[in-house]
Design a protein. Structure first.
Ligand code: TEU
Ligand code: CA
Length: 553
């Protein structure tokens, strides 16, 4: 396997609106991020990924971009951004930006032009259709509720939007559009950024003729606009035109992929992307849609992680994440935020940092932030949640109260509450009331109370990140072998690199597990050093709730 800084990195995702507010308007900003760079340096991460800070229509918190080359004034100025970049680089931190190129904002100059007339030079930057039999062109459903087609009065045609109607899809079939995107990417790369996280990049190719989705299933959507074969031509072109010319990191966000498909996006000889975000583990919990999900069994999580470890081994590279700005807090989803918040935060972190792949830490998980469980409708801001509420009310007569359990479980606002820096009002995020309420638990769960405290979740993350720098086996270790794979909650695996073996044991449940370890593991451990553990005393017959330990031999 080729060695690279992309594989050795630990990436930290910043959601700028909620990270740090420097000018007290209640919204996080670039100068706020600069003021916290030393914190990130102390944590030990090597790459910062910034969710979008470009000029935006504000319909999807920045994922609806109205000018790809400007900074949204609510975050600061271009000068502030350049300053952030140089301050990050000064500290040896790399910085990557979000590239949102499947769609723009309807407030983008291109779209304002395009919708004017059918012969406007920008018309073909977007996807237009007359409709079929006096109706929408297809039965496709938006990720954010309702049809994906919006009728545009000016020209009597529909345009496609896989997300909100304020996010028209860009037409990648148009070579001029593709060149514009590559130029934008070069603009930022030439400024000195270190790469891109590419938003829903496996959706950019749509099936010709826009066939109807047969059933509302994933494989059916795959026949229309997800992972279409032609997407690889676009990505190889993007690689040739942009990525290959820089020493950069490229990570694609790709819903609905399998390891086989992921190998196509990330295979080293394929010249597409370094790595992708798959969704299988975050989509666990059953149900026909996101809002019908239930609890996740530890064994299901084990099985998915193992599937991806084995599936990409030698064929591609994993991105490892348990949360981001679209997911609930990992502690609340995979751990036990009521009874074992600290233990489960550490156990899950152990898994995140010791599987093969590049770990991504989402702001706040390193101090064990959990879902806020807001109970009032006005506390929710996310367009996905708000649209869902409208849809479920219209279609199924459901009220906010009816939907609250689902929102508590998977709503996106759960992860977007302001970063908890200290126990002062508004958690040290701002001096004024923030755009989204602070989680009430900030009084006890915050950075100030954890930095330099040995037992804290923060110190545990710091330790894991530093172990990655010390031991190559954590990065490059291969030959993932799982033990007791049928066990309902003990996750046990080893990884090998040269003459080193890493052994990891994690109890993914809130129960104490009595279990005799396999002989092979016992003998490996007997000749090894314990490099991290989230309990003071280790008893290898009796694993307390969310026990986690890693050994090196
Ligand atoms: O997310 C894409 C995506 O798949 C999400 O819509 C996901 O399915 C959903 O959030 C799960 O509930 C990306 C961005 O990460 C997200 O913030 C944007 O809203 C979306 O694309 C549109 O740009
Ligand atoms: Ca601000």
């Amino acid at each position: 396997m080729k060695k690279s800084w992309q594989k050795e990195a630990v990436v930290y995702q910043i959601y700028p609106m909620s990270f740090m507010d420097s000018n007290n308007d209640g919204i996080g900003d670039i100068n706020g991020i600069i003021s916290r760079l030393d914190y990130l340096k102390d944590l030990g991460i090597s790459v910062i990924w910034l969710s979008p800070i470009y000029m935006s229509g504000g319909a999807d918190n920045g994922y609806d971009i109205s000018d790809y080359r400007q900074i949204d004034p609510k975050f600061g100025t271009m000068e502030d951004f350049k300053n952030l970049l140089s301050e990050a680089h000064k500290r040896g931190l790399k910085l990557i930006m979000d590239g949102v190129y499947n769609h723009s904002s309807d407030e983008h100059r291109w779209f304002i032009e395009a919708k004017k007339s059918k012969d406007n030079p920008y018309r073909d930057y977007y996807i237009w259709h007359d409709g079929k039999n006096g109706n929408v062109p297809s039965n496709w459903q938006s990720f954010f509720s309702g049809t994906t087609w919006k009728y545009s009065e000016e020209t009597g045609q529909y345009y496609l939007h896989l997300f909100t109607e304020k996010q028209p899809d860009l037409n990648w079939e148009n070579p001029k559009l593709r060149q514009e995107i590559y130029e934008i990417m070069r603009f930022w790369m030439d400024m000195g950024i270190d790469g891109f996280r590419l938003d829903v990049i496996n959706l950019i190719k749509k099936e010709e003729g826009f066939p109807n989705i047969k059933e509302n299933t994933r494989s059916s959507a795959n026949e229309c606009y997800i992972n279409r074969p032609g997407v690889h031509d676009f990505l190889q072109e993007m690689n040739r035109e942009v990525l290959a010319h820089y020493d950069c990191i490229s990570v694609g966000e790709t819903p609905d992929v399998t390891p086989e498909i992921a190998a196509l996006y990330t295979g080293e000889d394929r010249n597409e992307l370094n790595m992708i975000f798959q969704f299988e583990h975050v989509n666990l919990g059953g149900g026909s849609s996101k809002w019908e999900r239930g609890k996740i069994k530890p064994i299901e999580l084990k099985q998915v992680m193992t599937k991806w470890q084995k599936g990409l081994e030698g064929k591609g590279w994993n991105s490892l994440y348990l949360s981001n700005h679209d997911q609930p807090r990992l502690l609340s989803r995979f751990g036990d935020d009521k009874n074992y918040p600290v233990e489960s935060a550490k156990a899950l972190a152990t898994m995140l940092h010791t599987l093969q792949g590049t770990p991504y830490v989402y702001q706040g998980e390193e101090i064990g932030m959990s879902n806020p469980y807001f109970n009032r409708p006005e506390q929710y801001k996310d367009v996905e949640t708000l649209n869902m509420l409208k849809e479920y009310e219209q279609k199924h007569g459901k009220t906010f109260e009816d939907m609250l359990p689902a929102i508590h479980l998977v709503g996106r606002d759960n992860a977007r509450t302001p970063m908890q820096w200290d126990s002062s009002q508004y958690a040290g995020f701002s001096m004024v009331e923030p755009w989204l309420d602070v989680n009430k638990n900030y009084v006890s769960i915050n950075v100030a109370s954890q930095q330099n405290v040995e037992e804290s979740v923060f110190s545990y993350y710091k330790k894991l990140i530093s172990l990655r720098k010390e031991h190559e086996v954590i990065v490059y270790g291969s030959y993932f072998t799982e033990y007791l794979s049928e066990h309902e909650s003990l996750y046990i695996y080893t990884r090998k690199h040269e003459d080193k073996t890493l052994i990891v044991i994690i109890n993914l449940s809130s129960n104490t597990i009595n279990c005799e370890l396999p002989t092979e593991i016992k003998s490996l451990i007997s000749n090894s050093e314990n490099i991290i553990c989230n309990y003071k005393h280790i008893n290898l017959l009796n694993f307390p709730p969310f026990f986690a330990a890693a050994y090196l031999s």
